[in-house]
Design a protein around this ligand. Structure first.
Ligand SMILES: NC(=O)c1ccc[n+]([C@@H]2O[C@H](COP(=O)([O-])OP(=O)(O)OC[C@H]3O[C@@H](n4cnc5c(N)ncnc54)[C@H](OP(=O)(O)O)[C@@H]3O)[C@@H](O)[C@H]2O)c1
Length: 352
């Protein structure tokens, strides 16, 4: 199969750089376009971008001239790593012009006809694309989104538990890495030796996005009925570089034992892996038994950053069960999820 040409909107930012790194060697996609703001347009990528990913900037993108984020780009698929305030309009323009837009931004996540997708969790929700095209009059274009970085790790961990035992309500507290705020993000003076107990709009996203992700597709494929559970979220910015850690306490319809929960989590199978998607990993959930794991420094790169790690599974004296979840925020929680979404669309025939 010849790789599909893809572009990256917001290619110079934290998530944009991660897209470039993760797409190197991807057999299904080839980067042909990099786009960013007026500040960068017209410059070779090597000059427009201050490269912050640990390996060197890939040779294939160094000389690409940065394009404006507007229709006319030489590709069929665009990955959007734009700030939400600009993504809202640009993504609509691109989709209306026939591009498949795979977005990391929050702007269209909760639109009723836009799939909010984690391929291991709700692969059938791509059916919404037909409704989206009908309601917006788009022939070929589409917008498909991935969740907020802390919702992604959480929802992947609770999906098998919800299917088996029914989540009724949950309390989640996050410890989110600095890279989640983009570059340069929070200043060193504000973050070192400190915890900031507020991340704008984050708690609302964490309380609402899982309900759509775990919701039920209507019989005609035109809408999602949100899952009936309540989530109380508290989000904190901590001085780690990458990797969001979350502590979770859950009350279920049927209380599982610790052993049952471990069995259900460990045996969860990835549908995109079974479909042959190159970025999918098996297992997508790793369960650790050490009392002090997962830790961002040790576990965020599990499965190349695409697996989530769950540990400290134990009875909760208030609800039923509590545990800790870790996921890599710019890989699993952003660019990696978006690439896997695109691979799922290929495997399902939406991008053929
Ligand atoms: N960081 C994470 O862990 C994470 C996780 C999940 C989702 N997200 C979401 O992903 C998106 C990108 O986040 P980020 O952390 O990568 O942000 P970032 O580091 O601030 O990068 C922003 C990018 O957008 C470009 N840009 C800014 N204004 C623009 C405009 N008016 N028109 C066109 N391009 C513009 C910038 O280009 P210039 O360099 O030319 O200014 C840059 O390439 C956000 O919506 C964020 O909420 C981030």
């Amino acid at each position: 199969m010849k790789p599909t040409p893809v572009g990256i909107l917001g290619a110079t930012g934290t998530v944009g750089q991660r897209f470039i790194q993760l797409l190197q060697g991807n057999p299904w996609f080839e980067i042909t376009v990099l786009a960013a703001s007026d500040r960068s347009v017209g410059l070779p990528y090597r000059e427009a971008c201050t490269w912050r990913v640990s390996a060197d900037m890939p040779a294939a993108v160094r000389d690409l001239v940065v394009q404006p984020c507007e229709p006319g780009l030489d590709c069929k698929v665009v990955f959007s790593a734009l700030p939400a305030e600009y993504a809202a309009e640009i993504e609509l323009l691109m989709a209306a012009a026939g591009y498949a837009v795979l977005s990391n931004a929050s702007s269209h996540r909760m639109d009723v006809d836009v799939p909010l997708l984690v391929p291991e969790v709700n692969p059938a929700h791509t059916a919404l694309i037909s409704q989206q095209r009908r309601s917006r009059g788009w022939e070929r274009g589409m917008i498909v989104t991935n969740p907020n970085c802390s919702s992604t790790g959480l929802v992947l961990a609770i999906k098998p538990l919800h299917d088996a035992f029914g989540v009724r309500r949950m309390v989640v507290t996050t410890m989110q890495a600095l890279s989640g705020a983009g570059y340069p993000g929070v200043s060193a003076m504000d973050s070192l030796g400190n915890v900031i107990p507020f991340i704008k709009s984050e708690e609302d996203k964490l309380a609402s996005e899982p309900l759509k992700l775990l919701g039920t597709l209507s019989a005609d494929g035109s809408a999602i009925e949100p899952a009936q559970m309540r989530i109380s979220a508290a989000c904190n910015r901590v001085a780690t570089r990458d990797g969001h850690l979350e502590t979770v306490s859950i009350e279920f319809e049927r209380r599982p034992s610790v052993e049952e929960a471990i069995k259900v989590l460990s045996s969860f199978r990835s549908e995109p892996y079974a479909l042959g998607c190159p970025s999918a990993v098996q297992p997508p959930i790793l369960v650790r038994s050490e009392p002090d794991r997962p830790q961002p420094l040790l576990d965020r790169d599990a499965g190349g950053g695409m697996a989530v790690t769950v540990g400290r599974i134990r009875p909760c004296p208030v609800f039923d069960l509590q545990f800790v979840v870790l996921s890599h925020n710019t890989v699993r929680g952003a660019a990696g999820c978006s690439i896997l979404n695109a691979e799922l669309l290929v495997a399902q025939g939406w991008l053929s």
